[in-house]
Design a protein around this ligand. Structure first.
Ligand code: ZN
Length: 264
């Protein structure tokens, strides 16, 4: 054991004297760890205001324990919904998607010669919201969620389902207004969503949605607008292919579920 520090050093340490150099503080702390006598001397040499504060805290804790646990406030359902991350994080993206679809419906009414913009937009409509649903940067509770057993693919699927539940009625309304086939809007929408998740297992969901949206825009949507022809992939004959892509990519994503815990 090191030498007992003298009383004046102990009381300066107890009072938080900034003039004590680090080597002295360190040697006092090492000594206090193994010397019960000096710990007792330290407890007695704390300044009066510290002792008063400790008494007050100790009384408060004692009263709190005696009073028993405080009743847990019952949360109302609406306040639970208000606190849900997804609800508020989705609002701007869903509003943007809805606004774009409204524009597409209006443009189609004004320019009936153009191929259906609603159909051209339907496959990529859910992608921004899906990207946000799995974005590390936009989720303040990410570290917490990522460490739970429910993280990974099941959570991504739940969030994606929420996105689809909100997007599908929008597409239903848009196709109803423009008189195009609902199936031709929904199946590509579903196929793009499942493909984004399947690709997301390898390159991350965010990058997958960006890549798919860019590929669809450059490869199909823009050429269709410029040539004023509905592309063959959006003709009624293509429905079977879209259904196959949706089922196959969903099944593939399930087999790669473990990758979603690593790939963020
Ligand atoms: Zn000692």
């Amino acid at each position: 054991m090191t030498e007992h520090p003298n009383s004046s050093v102990i009381s300066r340490y107890a009072g938080g004297d900034l003039a004590l150099d680090e080597a002295t503080v360190w040697s006092i702390e090492v000594h206090l760890e193994e010397c019960a006598d000096c710990r007792a001397r330290l407890a007695g040499s704390a300044p009066d205001d510290v002792l008063t504060l400790l008494d007050r805290v100790s009384n408060g804790v004692g009263q709190g324990i005696a009073a028993g646990p405080a009743p847990i406030p019952v949360r109302r359902r609406w306040s639970a919904a208000r606190n849900r991350w997804l609800v508020w994080q989705m609002v701007p993206w869903l509003t943007m998607t809805a606004a774009i679809l409204v524009c597409a419906v209006m443009l189609q009414a004004l320019q009936p010669s153009l191929p259906s913009l609603v159909l051209l937009l339907a496959p990529v409509a859910p992608l921004p919201a899906v990207a946000v649903a799995w974005s590390r940067g936009s989720d303040p509770a990410w570290e917490l969620i990522a460490s739970t057993p429910a993280a990974g693919l099941p959570m991504l699927l739940r969030r994606t389902a929420t996105v689809l539940v909100l997007i599908i009625p929008m597409l239903g309304l848009a196709t109803d207004r423009t008189g195009v086939s609902l199936a031709l809007a929904l199946l590509p929408c579903l196929a793009f969503t499942t493909t984004a998740i399947a690709l997301g297992a390898f390159i991350g969901v965010r990058l997958a949605t960006l890549g798919l949206a860019a590929a669809w825009g450059a490869g199909v949507a823009l050429p269709a607008v410029f040539t004023a022809h509905l592309p063959v992939v959006l003709q009624p004959g293509s429905l079977g292919v879209w259904a196959f892509i949706a089922v196959a990519s969903a099944a593939f994503a399930m087999t790669r579920a473990d990758r979603f815990l690593k790939r963020r």
